[in-house]
Design a protein around this ligand. Structure first.
Ligand code: DX5
Ligand code: ZN
Length: 218
């Protein structure tokens, strides 16, 4: 599977958002963390910012909705032009209907799981999603440490995907750096989100470094 690197702009320099988007043009997508201060104890952006980001980059926008009531809001992010719209299993009341609505609006539906949610909850719904986002930190903030219990989860999910002969992307999000990306990819992830690692150094070099290590594993 193709390795994709999606920088998270959560902690980029927001006074220079457009420049920061230009600085990551060698990435495969932009990871946009939408937080509502209800599902998670932090507040970021909403639809107008998603629309502005879509307009300001040629990269696909990967929206990660950490919000209550994704059944109401997720389709709006597809309408806004996001290429992938992932919402949390823990927050959705009708995940299949919501996935279908996202797909009908031309975006790829993704389902996100918190660290404590087992991948077994996906057993009967996996084919309805193009991507599974496994959180490797408790959602809400950038710059946290990777939770090691997520490695066996990635392996279990890759096995489920292979057994069902699907081509679902496994995205891992939180605490990823040059120190642990190899292990994340070895476990079976192919979409890597990195926030602080990319924006705390020169973004293009950081992306190249992550890509070099990840591609070396495959
Ligand atoms: C956390 C977000 C992540 C995170 C990534 O709730 O979903 O996207 O900010 O940032 P780092 O790589 O710093 O953990
Ligand atoms: Zn995220």
């Amino acid at each position: 599977m193709k390795i994709k690197i999606y920088p998270s702009v959560l902690n980029c320099d927001q006074m220079h958002f457009a420049d920061q988007l230009n600085a990551i043009d060698s990435a495969d997508g932009v990871h946009l963390d939408i937080m509502d201060n209800h599902f998670v104890p932090n507040l970021t952006w909403g639809l107008p910012t998603a629309q502005a980001v879509v307009k300001s980059t040629t990269l696909p926008v990967d929206a990660h909705l950490m919000i209550d009531n994704p059944d109401r809001w997720a389709p709006e992010y597809a309408k806004a032009g996001c290429s992938i719209v992932s919402f949390h299993f823990e927050a959705a009341k009708a995940p299949l209907r919501t996935a279908e609505a996202i797909r009908e609006l031309g975006a790829k539906p993704g389902i996100a799981l918190n660290p404590a949610t087992p991948v077994s909850v996906l057993a009967d719904i996996l084919p309805r999603f193009d991507q599974v986002l496994l959180m490797s930190v408790e959602p809400g903030f950038g710059g946290q440490g990777f939770i090691p219990e997520v490695y066996p989860k990635i392996k279990r999910l890759r096995k489920m995907i292979e057994e069902a002969r699907l081509s679902t992307d496994i995205e891992v999000d939180g605490g990823i750096s040059d120190k642990n990306i190899a292990k994340v990819v070895e476990a079976g992830a192919n979409v890597i989100v990195a926030g602080s690692f990319v924006f705390k150094r020169e973004p293009a070099r950081a992306i190249a470094k992550l890509r070099e290590i990840a591609v070396g594993v495959r």
